[in-house]
Design a protein around this ligand. Sequence first.
Ligand SMILES: [Zn+2]
Length: 146
Amino acid sequence: MNKKPKFCECCGIKLSRKRYGNRLESTTAFKKRRFCTISCANTRKQKTKEAKQEQAKKIHSVPNSIEAENLAPLTYMLKVMNDPNEPDDRRDRMAIAAAKYVHCRAKGTRGKKDDLQEAAKKASTGRFSAGKPPKVVDIKGRFSES
Ligand SMILES: [Zn+2]
């Protein structure tokens, strides 16, 4: 049945199908099992210094292509946008992000913000103008300005 002997990945002991009372561990469960005991399964393999450094590099490294080409952010965005191999969704997002740096608004044209600001100025005149600021009251001479 089991031709290849399996060994615990933690302690290296030879694995065999467990016996629960008079029932034997199912072959599928045995095939999936990689450790002899639960305590072995919970023991993290001690990582070597090299392995740790390798992982740190992976986490902190910038994708190779960017680092190698030393691209400016905008150039990078445009490059992704124009790359047919990139997923469409990513290209769309890059296009949106890059648009405001590529196309500047023509001088003299009014945007939504300008309209809103003007409307706000109009609305705060007349009946709705801001009231007078509160008076500074002199309490025992502490707030007198003279
Ligand atoms: Zn073990």
